[in-house]
Design a protein around this ligand. Structure first.
Ligand SMILES: Nc1ncnc2c1ncn2[C@@H]1O[C@H](COP(=O)(O)OS(=O)(=O)O)[C@@H](OP(=O)(O)O)[C@H]1O
Ligand SMILES: [Mg+2]
Ligand SMILES: [Mg+2]
Ligand SMILES: [Mg+2]
Length: 353
């Protein structure tokens, strides 16, 4: 999302309302599972990364709400999970469990009078197989981002973005375990001690946050510092997801004094968008290729006045399919710090070779 001129009204108001409803409902299912997660709720995918009944349940609920709330809209969905493992022998019990979770969440919410069968659930999961691309509208969904954090009982996010003619125009990030109040003392807020933040932005309309269970929204903006010495930076909680030797040498070059804030998932983008910290650094190991759903909703940062770039200083390109075609490394920060951070990143990468 690049910050566009302020528009009168919001051209994506209907999509935003549907996306917020979808993310909030999916987050309710996730919260219930996280409170009582069992070993049998966790599976391992072919690439050895974890997936839980809540990842699948969240994906089905978001796809369902988008279709129900936007019946006349034409779109595809690019989502992380597929039903392959659930269609293998021996998966009957887990599909039943996912189906029950989804149906109970729908009944408790009361918006829709419907009940899904196991086959409905499998085909809804596969509704997220789109390859996206530069034309048309594509929703981009990470049903649980930070699954490892989710399993640990830490931060995670339900992350939904909308790609319209090659541009991310909307982002919604549900972060059930993130306090609503910013940790930045300069950000005034009347939010008190509530936990559970829903960040959202549409192109040209700024970024906002409200309580996941609903509250008055508040406009948010990135930290305005132009001095890296005062900046703190976010990175992945999981050591294997970002090169910590490199990020610490980047921080040293910049003169950053504060220790890194390690947090799971795109909750980092939400926290950055409201100024909890000033820089987000993600430098994966060489063989890793980034997926679009790990960053699309994070585009809310640009509506909060920040920038998101790859290590070469290019904007992220979300219309090359399910993967990001980019130089290694993703950096998000404010407009003053971006040139300094990019320089430090490029120098550190050169020294590493
Ligand atoms: N090896 C490796 N390197 C880099 N990134 C990887 C790697 N493996 C997985 N992933 C992706 O990281 C997503 C989680 O994001 P974070 O790294 O920000 O959070 S965390 O600290 O790992 O929890 C995570 O998203 P989810 O699968 O949705 O949890 C993955 O898409
Ligand atoms: Mg995953
Ligand atoms: Mg993810
Ligand atoms: Mg995920």
């Amino acid at each position: 999302m690049s910050q566009a001129t302020e528009v009168v009204g919001n051209p994506y108001a209907a999509e935003l309302a549907a996306a917020k409803k979808a993310v909030a409902l999916a987050a309710r299912l996730c919260q219930r599972v996280q409170r009582s997660i069992l070993h049998s709720d966790i599976q391992s995918k072919a690439d050895k990364t974890p997936v839980t009944v809540a990842d699948y349940g969240s994906q089905v609920l978001v796809c369902l709400v988008l279709k129900k709330e936007l019946p006349s809209h034409s779109f595809s969905i690019i989502a992380e999970e597929d039903s392959k493992d659930l269609r293998e022998d021996g998966a009957q019990e887990i599909i039943e469990h996912i189906t029950t979770l989804i149906n109970e969440t729908i009944v408790n919410d009361g918006s829709y009078n419907m009940s899904l069968s196991k086959e409905d659930v499998l085909s809804a999961i596969d509704g997220g197989k789109s390859e996206g691309g530069p034309s048309g509208r594509h929703w981009i969904l990470d049903p649980i981002d930070g699954t490892k954090g989710f399993i640990r009982g830490d931060q995670y996010a339900v992350a939904l973005g909308l790609l319209d003619e090659g541009k991310v125009v909307l982002g919604v990030l549900g972060c059930p375990n993130l306090p609503l109040k910013s940790t930045n003392k300069n950000n005034s807020s009347s939010f008190g001690d509530r936990i559970g933040s829903l960040f959202f932005a549409t192109i040209g309309c700024g970024a906002q946050v409200e309580a996941l269970e609903g509250s008055e929204p508040q406009k948010i903006s990135v930290c305005s510092t132009n001095n890296p010495v005062d900046a703190s930076f976010f990175e992945s909680f999981e050591a294997s997801h970002s090169k910590r030797d490199l990020t610490s040498s980047i921080a040293e070059k910049l003169g950053v004094r504060a220790p890194p804030v390690r947090m799971d998932s795109q909750a980092k983008y939400g926290a950055l968008a409201r100024g909890d910290g000033a820089i987000f650094l993600r430098i994966p190991h060489k063989s890793y290729i980034e997926t679009v759903w790990d960053h699309a909703a994070g585009s809310i940062v640009t509506e909060a006045g920040g920038m998101v770039k790859d290590a070469a200083g290019n904007d992220l390109d979300f219309c090359k399919g399910r993967y990001l075609d980019r130089d290694r490394g993703i950096i998000a920060t404010n407009k003053h710090l971006m040139p300094l951070v990019l320089k430090a990143v490029q120098e550190a990468m050169k020294e590493e070779q």
